[in-house]
Design a protein around this ligand. Structure first.
Ligand code: ATP
Ligand code: MG
Length: 566
């Protein structure tokens, strides 16, 4: 592509509202432009990277036995009502009405549409398993769209869905998709990890997320320093066992703790370590109240609470609800003397606290000398806290470390969550009706693009890996006004393209400094500069990643380029 005819609006200044490298550089190098919050245009270079990633995904999907189709973004509300998600998906689902006042949604995901489609066409076990996928624009009215393409409100997703007659068949395809995902992200050059995840609002059990390791990631990964164990911290079980020390039992005493609310305040006011404090949080779990206890130096993991209680919605009780029920404010909560209707559950560590401290359910008062089971009762002890760095790895090998990750892909075993609510049945070998067993598999295509940009850049700009670079070669004529230079550059442009290279040709009448700076910013793997020695047939090659340069005679050029690009 000739740069003079393309549309690559580069910027020298860092755009003020772009906080992270990938967002800044994709804007500055002219790959994307923002239209509205979380809504972007892909300019020609951005579009080409997107196509490269999509091509890799298509190859890996086909290899895994998936077949491409394209479903509508505009979806009738009835389908979402059938699955129940019209009511449970919340404000992220973009809803609209047509001219007849009928409700529609813009597809945030396509379980409903595909389940209805397959339900209506497939009746027999003989047609299963079936794996279908699409690459399409999704809409989610995210609360906090940010970081450019990383969290958009309109974004490109690859979503695949599989339909099965048995759990074994689902397991087999799940493993294939898992492999395909690993291949996709490896081919994109990403440093990533597959981690055990929570199935969230999707329903279903077995699930993994593919996380690109990056400090700007919104997820925290707990991984072992000695094995390949890795999980979203939401999911990592804590395998520590706790023993109460043989400290003699002290009497329970109510003490005055004026204005001391947080664990930090109480522990320093009473001069007891945080490990001796009991942190009590009141949650509303599907409408009923649950007091959750953890040790003062631990944090409650709401996903574990949700899974233990097999709940759908877990949220902190509001200060008003707390006041009404417990007759005190949040900072004074404790497990002693709670009303009947409140369930008390506790993390294992709480049982082992000897002579601890907890809120007295009375403002400005705490108890000391608190011992579980003597002073208060707990309906259930369970693993309810977040894993911490330094905890033993759940697989028994090594110690847990944390890393930040960007979720680029997610594979789920859905089971019959959708086929049952939406009546997607087939006739089995014995002529009996059975619900289809399903899996679903998503890749954030535009997010992957940003994740690559986040991992591949330096102080001069982007540094694309060959597999996803918008072009392989940036061909630059230093001064196109000089005939030799222009002529050689024109010839090379034709020749290299004929040989199968993808070439961006900077034929603009710009100063060399501008061209080089733009070239570094755009970050194609190899630059070929036609300059002073054009008349001798000599050009300069520069490798963007390493900065190494080499003068090459045009007769050797193809071979040299092949070597660098392979
Ligand atoms: P997140 O936790 O980041 O919101 P999610 O769990 O809601 O993601 P899924 O429903 O699993 O995401 O969607 C599949 C993939 O789509 C994700 O793995 C992610 O790569 C991508 N994705 C999800 N939301 C966005 C978004 N707002 N912008 C860009 N990509 C997204
Ligand atoms: Mg989301």
């Amino acid at each position: 592509m000739k740069q003079s005819m393309s549309f690559i609006p580069t910027l020298r200044e860092v755009p003020a509202d772009a906080e992270i490298k990938s967002h800044q550089l994709l804007l500055r190098a002219g790959f994307i432009r923002q239209n509205a919050s979380g809504v972007y245009s892909f300019l020609p270079l951005g579009k080409r990277v997107l196509q490269k990633i999509e091509a890799i995904i298509r190859e890996e999907m086909e290899r895994a036995g998936a077949v491409e189709l394209l479903m509508p973004a505009l979806q009738q509300a009835e389908l979402w009502q059938e699955s129940g998600r019209w009511y449970s998906y919340g404000p992220e689902l973009m809803r609209l009405k047509d001219r007849h006042d009928r409700d529609f949604a813009l597809g945030a995901t396509h379980e409903e549409v595909i389940t209805a489609l397959v339900r209506d066409e497939i009746k027999s076990y003989k047609r299963l398993p079936l794996i279908l996928y699409q690459i399409q624009t999704k809409f989610r009215d995210e609360k906090r769209p940010r970081f450019g393409l990383l969290r958009g409100r309109e974004f490109v997703m690859k979503d695949a869905y599989s339909f099965h007659t048995s759990q074994e068949s689902l397991d087999e395809v799940y493993n294939k998709m898992y492999e395909a995902y690993a291949n996709v992200f490896r081919r994109c050059g990403l440093n990533f990890r597959a981690v055990i995840a929570d199935s969230g609002a999707m329903g279903g059990k077995d699930t993994h997320e593919f996380m690109v390791l990056s400090d700007v990631g919104e997820d925290t990964i707990a991984y072992s320093d000695a094995s390949d164990y890795a999980a979203n911290i939401e999911m990592a079980p804590v395998i520590v066992t706790y023993e109460r020390s043989d400290e003699p039992y002290e009497p329970l005493v109510k003490v005055h703790t004026p204005e001391q609310k947080s664990i930090e305040e109480v522990s320093s006011f009473l001069n007891v370590p945080k490990e001796k404090c009991i942190k009590s949080l009141l949650f509303k779990v599907d409408g009923r109240f649950v007091l959750v206890l953890v040790r003062g130096d631990h944090e409650v993991n709401e996903v574990k609470v949700k899974n233990l209680l097999e709940a759908t919605i877990v949220e902190l009780a509001t200060p008003e609800e707390t006041k009404k029920l417990m007759k005190c404010e949040v900072g004074s909560l404790g497990p002693i003397g709670v009303p009947e209707e409140v369930t008390v559950i506790a993390d294992h560590a709480v049982k082992a606290i000897a002579n601890g401290v907890c809120g007295a359910n009375e403002e400005h008062y705490h108890y000391t000398g608190v011992n579980a089971d003597r002073d208060f009762s707990v309906q259930q002890y369970a693993d309810l806290r977040f894993i911490q760095e330094g905890d033993p790895s759940p697989d028994g090998k090594g110690t847990i470390r944390f890393a930040r990750g960007i979720e680029v892909g997610h594979v789920f075993k859905l089971g019959t969550r959708y086929s049952e609510t939406m009546n997607a049945m087939y006739l089995d070998e014995n002529g009996r009706m059975q619900p289809m067993i399903m899996g679903c598999y998503g890749i954030g295509v535009s997010r992957t693009l940003a994740a690559i940009a986040e991992q591949y850049n330096d102080e001069h700009g982007l540094v694309w890996p060959v597999a996803v670079a918008p072009f392989h070669i940036h061909l630059i004529s230093v001064n196109p006004k000089i005939d030799d230079q222009r002529q050689l550059a024109d010839d090379l442009y034709e020749k290299l393209q004929k040989e199968g290279f993808e070439v961006l040709y900077d034929d603009r009448a710009e100063r060399p400094g501008v061209k080089f700076a733009d070239s570094d910013l755009i970050g194609l793997p190899v630059r070929v500069t036609v300059g002073k020695r054009a008349s001798e047939g000599i050009v300069e090659i520069k490798i963007r990643r390493t900065g190494e340069t080499e003068e090459v005679h045009v007769s050797q050029l193809t071979e040299t380029l092949r070597r660098y690009l392979s």
